[in-house]
Design a protein around this ligand. Structure first.
Ligand SMILES: *Cc1c(COP(=O)(O)O)cnc(C)c1O
Length: 430
């Protein structure tokens, strides 16, 4: 059977398919560069596993306290080696990215200390962690002060403002690599490195933490290679490779990571406890696959940017910009278009393709959010997914795809739904 027929059987019209193929024709050099980065990072992961002497004994399940858990220690060694840090905390007991970030912040900030965000408002869920939106058990409730310096209108760092904001009490600087639910650009590792060097020149002992969510393996280097004291992320995003069913990581200096371990378990216990519950094989195997999974997701993001920019929608990053995370924002201009886009992503899923996404109030977010995901791991956003808060500019944030082929189907399906509803128009083919 022909490929186009196969697409038609899933609901993609010949016109939508043909438009997609035309877009793809000019993306070959970009895809080649993405594959080269994946190749580089694959070697990095394999090297880390070899140097850490990963063995089949590391896959054994532990329960209870989890004392002397060989596989847990080796996994943390693999992460530390791969990301170039002294230490790592990689645990299924870290429930999500927000938890990992909350742990890293509350472990390293004490009452009277000041936290600084030099890239404007942090990710939505951190507003409650910090207390920007008043919340029980927030850092502010415990007497941590917060300050932020907004980005300049062109999206760059306000270095003068940052210099003025760093003071006696500034203990930790939190830098967010990915744009999250904002339409600012994401930062490259090189930009983050410059920012860290600047902050340390203002105050050498300030702790620089990077929220690395969605950024892992997009470039050849990570923020920990350019001076970050801690990098933090979720295992149901990039580094879990789609296989990790839960978890988060904090990699960084021994001093910072040790405190995180005491905060996560209990003072005195730290990294010595935490049974792996039989999850280690998927954490290892997911990390092994992560560079290629991220490459597939990146191809999907680049394809989506080119498809939608070609139809007159504003996309961030735009069709030609370099990539620093796997997220693609598409400003769809209306709630209806957001819902159509998300229903396309949903109906392309292997799981729960038959449901229709509806907006709902999610814990941690201040506007209603619509989410499309038919994932093997619930809420996993390294799997093909789209979401966005229902507020102007009605941007959907599209990410993931365990395979490039699935990402492609999802994007074509979203376009199919938009054109069916008259919310987007294909250009004339000639
Ligand atoms: C996803 C994300 C988080 C929070 O992670 P959860 O796993 O959803 O709690 C924090 N920061 C950024 C930039 C993210 O993308």
């Amino acid at each position: 059977m022909e490929l186009t027929t196969q697409y038609e059987s899933l609901g993609i019209s010949r016109a939508v398919y043909a438009y997609g193929e035309r877009v793809l024709e000019r993306l070959e050099p970009r895809f080649r560069a993405i594959d080269e980065t994946a190749e580089y990072n694959q070697l990095k992961v394999i090297g880390a596993m070899q140097r850490s002497r990963l063995s089949s004994g590391c896959f054994a399940a532990t329960t209870g306290y989890g004392y002397d858990d060989l596989g847990r220690g080796v996994l943390e060694q693999v992460y530390a080696d791969c990301f170039g840090t002294e230490a790592a905390l990689v645990r299924p007991q870290i429930t999500c990215g927000t938890h990992a970030l909350a742990c890293a912040l509350s472990a390293n900030l004490l009452p009277g200390d000041e936290l600084l965000s030099p890239n404007g408002a942090p990710y939505d869920t951190l507003e409650e962690v910090i207390g920007i939106r008043p919340s029980q058990c927030s850092l502010m409730e415990y007497g941590v002060q917060y300050r932020q310096v907004d980005l300049l209108p062109d999206g760059s760092f306000d270095y003068e403002g940052i210099r003025r904001a760093i003071g006696e009490k500034t203990k930790l600087i939190t830098i967010q690599r990915s744009k999250g639910y904002a339409t600012r650009p994401s930062f490259s590792v090189a930009q983050i490195g410059e920012l860290i060097a600047f902050c340390k020149s203002c105050k050498p002992d300030v702790i620089c933490m990077v929220d690395n969510c969605y950024g892992e393996f997009v470039e050849r280097m990570e923020p920990s290679n350019v001076g970050a004291d801690m990098i933090v992320g979720s295992l149901i995003k990039n580094p879990g490779g789609g296989l990790a069913p839960i978890g988060g990581y904090i990699c960084g200096t021994k001093t910072c990571v040790e405190r995180c371990a005491y905060r996560l378990s209990a003072p005195g216990l730290g990294q010595e406890v935490g049974a792996n519950l039989g999850l280690l094989p998927s954490l290892y195997q997911g990390f092994f696959l992560a560079p290629t999974v991220v490459a597939g997701a990146l191809k999907g993001a680049v394809f989506a940017a080119n498809v939608y920019e070609g139809l007159g929608f504003r996309v961030v990053p735009n069709s030609t910009e370099s990539r620093h995370d796997i997220i693609q924002a598409v400003e769809l201009k209306s709630k209806e278009a957001m819902l159509a886009f998300c229903s396309g992503i949903q109906s392309a899923a292997p799981v729960e393709s038959y449901v229709t996404p509806v907006p709902w109030a999610m814990p941690g977010y201040d506007s209603e959010v619509v989410m499309a995901a038919g994932a093997f791991v619930q809420g996993s956003s390294i799997e093909l997914s789209a979401d966005g808060p229902i507020r102007p500019p009605y941007a959907v944030y599209f990410q993931g795809g365990l395979t490039w082929q699935h990402a492609k189907l999802g994007i074509l399906m979203s376009l199919q739904k938009l054109t069916d509803a008259g919310l987007a128009q294909l250009p004339e083919l000639n």
